[in-house]
Design a protein around this ligand. Sequence first.
Ligand SMILES: NC(=O)c1ccc[n+]([C@@H]2O[C@H](COP(=O)([O-])OP(=O)(O)OC[C@H]3O[C@@H](n4cnc5c(N)ncnc54)[C@H](O)[C@@H]3O)[C@@H](O)[C@H]2O)c1
Length: 139
Amino acid sequence: MNIAIVGTGYVGLVSGTCFAEVGFDVTCVDIDEKKIDDLRHGIIPIYEPRLDEMVKKNVEAGRLHFSTSLADVIDDVEVVFSAVGTPPDEDGSADLKYVLSVAKTFGENIRKYTILVTKSTVPVGTAAKVKEAVQTALD
Ligand SMILES: NC(=O)c1ccc[n+]([C@@H]2O[C@H](COP(=O)([O-])OP(=O)(O)OC[C@H]3O[C@@H](n4cnc5c(N)ncnc54)[C@H](O)[C@@H]3O)[C@@H](O)[C@H]2O)c1
């Protein structure tokens, strides 16, 4: 199965690398061009024990890829995990703008049955907002 992980931070990079380690074909996507360029050159932006060797091993095995564009990879995946940040909003609640931006891009670009999984930490009710953002982009 082919998977895209959107948001290549602590959660996205670790999850994507572990999915690749167990045999899935994974593309980690991020809008941060420097981060993706660094990862393509084997530079890991965070520290987790053994993460660097696991990234290297799975890149070399052809199971782990990096991209700055979900639109470029969405036709080739069955599942998209959204692992973007949810920083505190002005009132302390989770700011969902990155989560909803991914939902919009997803809706604008899917051309076949594709599952969107929200892996970011989000409040109850977010799934309905994500669904609405996808539906609006599809219409
Ligand atoms: N770090 C943890 O240990 C941890 C644990 C549990 C839950 N979480 C939750 O997981 C989510 C992600 O946390 P994190 O620590 O990995 O965040 P992070 O800030 O390390 O990474 C988020 C990444 O998303 C990217 N991004 C933002 N908008 C994007 C877009 N539209 N398309 C592609 N990439 C985009 C950013 O450039 C960044 O690299 C948050 O909701 C957080 O609360 C984190």
